[in-house]
Structure formats: structure tokens, C-alpha cells
Design a protein around this ligand. Structure first.
Ligand SMILES: O=P(O)(O)O[C@H]1O[C@H](CO)[C@@H](O)[C@H]1O
Length: 317
């Protein structure tokens, strides 16, 4: 994370606190809403204070430019827990560097957040997944991170965490258990999954060859967000639950050859009887998110009801 941003966290935090009533000046949980999932904020307690701050007003924040990401920080209570909702997120492909993309996560850490629920829309790589499935993330493969795009690159901010943070336990098993308890109570077993999320920089969707590589690497879903936020959160000692809504199936069978059509040679055996695969687009992603909006709200509320006790506090000051 670039040193350039270091002095600004406190300014942002002080500014946000100045807009909040005392009950919301320290928040414990944060929810990042993925593409088309801004309805998650509707699960907040209706009879309590609620503060809505557009990102464009927040000092040193970027602004959201992607459809389905309204761009508001909402501070409210959920199941009486003071909670921050990022209604819309920043993506690297919007042109923000990763320090700016993940800046809000560090601001949330300073606001008191110990638990992050990060959600996204993702393409299904796993053969068994269908659009509408909801996947608890158990691990991620940051393709962009392995290629040198890690939000922690730059001078280490010791106040948040160590130079070399572990990521082998990035997705908290107790929080995943809570996710599945909530799934069970709500009878959502048939759509619940647990898998590995692959992070690609985007904004182009994957070629078939790229998608195949991710499948072979053990990926179950793919998207263009989440991993940088999780790396920044884990560095700051925040425990994480990641939830992917599978919005489409990612085509990964080899691109059909056309040579035989012209040359009259036999069709390559691997290409016989291929069922058609659909090309993905962002409208479809938003449609599936809208279709599952209510269920996901219910799921998040239930998760809040069942959350395990918070981890011991660690000062970031
Ligand atoms: O990850 P979220 O923000 O949910 O959005 C997903 O949807 C967009 C592509 O349709 C990409 O931004 C991808 O990452």
C-alpha cells in the first residue's frame, strides 16, 4: 500500500465520525456489497439511526463508476450491532491503484471493524454450480496478486499489520460455519456452496483458455474484486467471511475449431456433442443478483443473529 495514503486515514476517519451520532462512531462489522447486491443494506434495523454518506463526499475516497455499485457508505445497526455497509466498491479495473481500491478497508479497521462480510457477483467455474448459487469462499487465488498486483506493495503500514502477513487462513472457518448454520436454518441448502474464488483484474471477462487454467488451478468461481480487500483486511487483523453469488457459468471448453468446415476434414473428437455455452455480460450479472436479492438479505440478517463472539481487540493506533 503506497505511503502516499498513510497520513490520510485519520482525516477520513475523523470526517466520517463527525457525520455520525455517538452510537455509530465505532462500528464492529462491515459488509461490502457486490455488483447488484446493494439491497443487502435494506436488512438494517429500521428503528435505529442510519447515516448515508456518498463516497464522493468522503475525503480521500475514490468514487464508484460501475453499474450496480451506487457508491454510498451507510452506517446503521443490524441486529443491534453498529455496522458499516459499503454500498458499492472500487475495482482496480476502474483505474484506481490497489491502495485506493482497498483504502476503505483500512478506514473501516480504524472505525473499529473486527469482522468483514465481503460479497461479490462471480462467474461459476465449477461444473456443478448454476447461476443463483451462493458460495462461501474458503480460499482465493489472486491471479493478479501473483502477477505483482498486491495491495500491500509499498512501505508497510506497521500500525495495521506486519510486513509479511499470512493468508493461508484468510477466510475464517468459524464464520463459514456460521454461514452454513444460517443456510440450514433458512432451508437454503440446495443453493449453498463452498469453494475457491479466483481474482482476475478485469474488466474483460476470461477467455476460454484463461478460464480453463483457473479450473485446473482449483478455482470454483471467478471475479474482479474481493481478494485485494481481503488481503488488506487480514493484514489489519480483521476476520473475513466471503460470499460469492454465482451469476453466470463461465465458458471454458476449448474454442470450437472451424477448419473442418472449410477443409472437409473430420470434426476433432473433443468438439463433438458440445452443449452450447453462454457468453457472459454485466446485465446478466445484475439480473441474477436482483433475483437473489431478498434471499441474500435474509441470509445476511441470519448470519448476524448467529455470529460467533468477536475476536480479542488489537489496536491499530
Ligand atoms: O465483484 P463485484 O464487484 O461483485 O462485480 C463483479 O461483476 C463485475 C462484472 O460483471 C465485475 O466487477 C465483477 O468483479
Amino acid at each position: 500500500m503506497s505511503r502516499h495514503y498513510a497520513p490520510k486515514y485519520d482525516e477520513t476517519v475523523a470526517w466520517i465520525r463527525s457525520k455520525c451520532p455517538p452510537s455509530l462512531q465505532h462500528v464492529h462489522i462491515a459488509v461490502i456489497c457486490g455488483s447488484g447486491l446493494s439491497g443487502l443494506v435494506d436488512s438494517v434495523d429500521k428503528d435505529r439511526e442510519k447515516v448515508v454518506i456518498p463516497y464522493k463526499d468522503i475525503p480521500h475516497f475514490a468514487t464508484s463508476t460501475v453499474q450496480g455499485h451506487p457508491g454510498n457508505l451507510v452506517l446503521a445497526h443490524l441486529n443491534s450491532i453498529p455496522t458499516a455497509f459499503m454500498v458499492g466498491r472500487f475495482h482496480f479495473y476502474e483505474g484506481h491503484d490497489l491502495a485506493l481500491t482497498t483504502y476503505p478497508v483500512r478506514v473501516l479497521a480504524l472505525l473499529g471493524v473486527h469482522t468483514l462480510i465481503v460479497t461479490n457477483a462471480a462467474g461459476g467455474l465449477n461444473e456443478a454450480y448454476v447461476p443463483g448459487d451462493v458460495m462461501a469462499i474458503k480460499d482465493h487465488i489472486s491471479v493478479a496478486g501473483l502477477g505483482g498486483r498486491n495491495p500491500l506493495i509499498g512501505a508497510n503500514e506497521e500500525r495495521f499489520g506486519p510486513r509479511f502477513p499470512a493468508m493461508s487462513d484468510a477466510y475464517d472457518p468459524d464464520l463459514r460455519r456460521t454461514f452454513f448454520r444460517a443456510v440450514k436454518e433458512l432451508g437454503m441448502q440446495s443453493i449453498a456452496r463452498e469453494g475457491t474464488y479466483c481474482y482476475v483484474a478485469g474488466p474483460s471477462y476470461e477467455t476460454r483458455g484463461e478460464a480453463r487454467l483457473l479450473v485446473q488451478a482449483g478455482g470454483d468461481a471467478v471475479g474482479m474484486s474481493t481478494a485485494p480487500e481481503v488481503v488488506a483486511a487480514r493484514h489489519a487483523g480483521i476476520r473475513v467471511l466471503g460470499i460469492s453469488l454465482i451469476t453466470n457459468r463461465v465458458p471454458y471448453r476449448p474454442v470450437p475449431s472451424v477448419s473442418h468446415e472449410i477443409l472437409g476434414t473430420p470434426v476433432p473428437p473433443a468438439e463433438k456433442n458440445q452443449a452450447p455455452e453462454q457468453v457472459v455480460n454485466h446485465e446478466e450479472v445484475l439480473e441474477v443478483s436482483a433475483m437473489r436479492a431478498k434471499e441474500l438479505q435474509g441470509l445476511v440478517r441470519k448470519i448476524f443473529e448467529l455470529l460467533p463472539p468477536p475476536p480479542p481487540t488489537r489496536s491499530t493506533h
